[in-house]
Design a binder for this molecule. Structure first.
Ligand SMILES: *Cc1c(COP(=O)(O)O)cnc(C)c1O
Length: 390
């Protein structure tokens, strides 16, 4: 079989037309499936024969999405989940037990920290939070109980970049698994499994959908960890993806490569423009040569992504620029065709203490933009109004 390129897999992987010969992927809205005989039912239930039983376990539309995303991440298996957080929950439930230790980047999604600190902690799992760029700190923090290393790269909102291959080596030595939340880059720009990571988790809600319509998630990795352990959690505990959402995400994947290239192109131009503005103190974007890990970014990513953060003098200046926009959406979501603007210190990272926010580098003057696909000129005009009023 011919080896297919990313763009081809994004459009075609996983789709096998039924007897109806449909060209587009169908949506199977069915909770259960019928058998031709009692004998067949018994065999499928006992795993002697493959087949669908119940849509909490498997569903053809969801399976098409899983096969397509697995192909794009170059993983053996993908398991789709009801949300990005359900993907992280299922991964933890599959891999951790009481007494285990987790090393987590200190720059991860807020609900991920809450999941570890409020819920996994109840089952005696301990977590240490580390600077994602300081490999020596990770090496030093490993204990005999360390089972999982968890990162996001680039991180939200300050765009710190973690060395995936370097952390994969530390994980391998510790007999632990490296999990990468690949939400910001998507496989179109970064394939962590190829760099040595063991598992990739996704919030499909963001760029995989790409148009802000559905909540969903996924875990990608090997047959044993994902195909058996994570799938087992999904079958039993039930945070499965709905077939309708899977179909929306399939349509999203078809344009993923084009969209990520366009988001990256627009974000780089916006970052360069912001860096030239006298009101802007600092711009955080992996594509700028001034980014502290720019060389690593160029090795590890094939594009820079759509998120740009920048710092103004203080909170009053940040709010003034946000409130002066007429087109941009003031919302915490990202990965949409519509550009969104966020004040992290008072929203997504508002629950952190001042000291935690300072450690994460999130100042009161920081603004995060998820650059959409409107005309760049219109995005700039919308921001310029506020900047000129400062
Ligand atoms: C949004 C997000 C999540 C959580 O995903 P949901 O689909 O909202 O549950 C996890 N990680 C990152 C990086 C995210 O941006």
């Amino acid at each position: 079989m011919q080896e297919l390129d990313f763009e081809t897999l994004a459009v075609r992987a996983g789709h096998r037309p039924t007897a109806e010969a449909e060209h587009a992927e169908p949506i199977f809205t069915t909770s259960s499936y019928i058998f031709t005989s009692a004998q067949e039912a018994a065999e499928v239930f006992q795993g002697e024969r493959t087949g669908n039983i119940y849509s909490r376990f498997t569903n053809p539309t969801v399976r098409t999405f899983e096969e397509r995303l697995a192909a794009l991440e170059q993983g053996e298996v993908c398991v789709a989940t009801a949300s990005g957080m359900a993907a992280i929950l299922a991964t933890g439930l599959a891999l951790l037990e009481a007494g285990d230790h987790v090393l987590c980047s200190r720059s991860v999604f807020g609900s991920t920290v809450k999941l570890f600190d409020s819920y996994f902690k109840k089952f005696a799992v301990t977590v240490d939070y580390l600077d994602p760029t300081d490999l020596d700190a990770w090496r030093a923090a490993v204990t005999a109980k360390t089972r999982l290393l968890f990162i996001e790269t680039p991180s939200n909102p300050t765009m710190e970049v973690a060395d995936i291959a370097g952390l994969a080596a530390i994980a391998a030595e510790a007999n632990a698994k490296l999990v990468v939340d690949n939400c910001f880059c998507t496989p179109a720009l970064q394939q962590p499994l190829r760099l040595g990571a063991d598992l990739v988790v996704h919030s499909a809600t963001k760029y995989l959908d790409g148009q802000g319509r559905c909540i969903g998630g996924a875990v990608v990795g090997d047959h044993v960890t994902v195909g058996e352990a994570v799938r087992g959690v999904l079958r039993t505990a039930g945070p499965s993806m709905s077939p309708f959402n899977a179909w929306v995400f399939l349509k999203g994947l078809e344009t993923l490569s084009l969209r990520m290239q366009a988001h990256s192109r627009q974000a780089l131009q916006l970052a360069q423009w912001l860096a030239s503005r006298p009101e802007v103190r600092k711009v955080y974007y992996p594509g700028l040569a001034s980014h502290p890990q720019h060389a690593l970014v160029r090795r590890q990513q094939s594009g820079f992504g759509g998120i740009v953060s920048f710092e103004l003098a203080d909170q009053a200046a940040a709010w003034r620029v946000i409130d002066a926009t007429q087109m941009l959406s003031i919302t915490a979501n990202l990965g949409d065709t519509k550009t969104t603007i966020t004040h992290p210190a008072t929203t997504t990272h508002g629950r952190l203490s001042d000291a935690e926010r300072a450690a994460a580098g999130i100042s009161a003057g920081l603004i995060r933009i998820a650059v959409g696909l409107e005309s760049l000129r219109d995005i700039q005009t919308d921001l310029q109004r506020g900047l000129e009023s400062l």
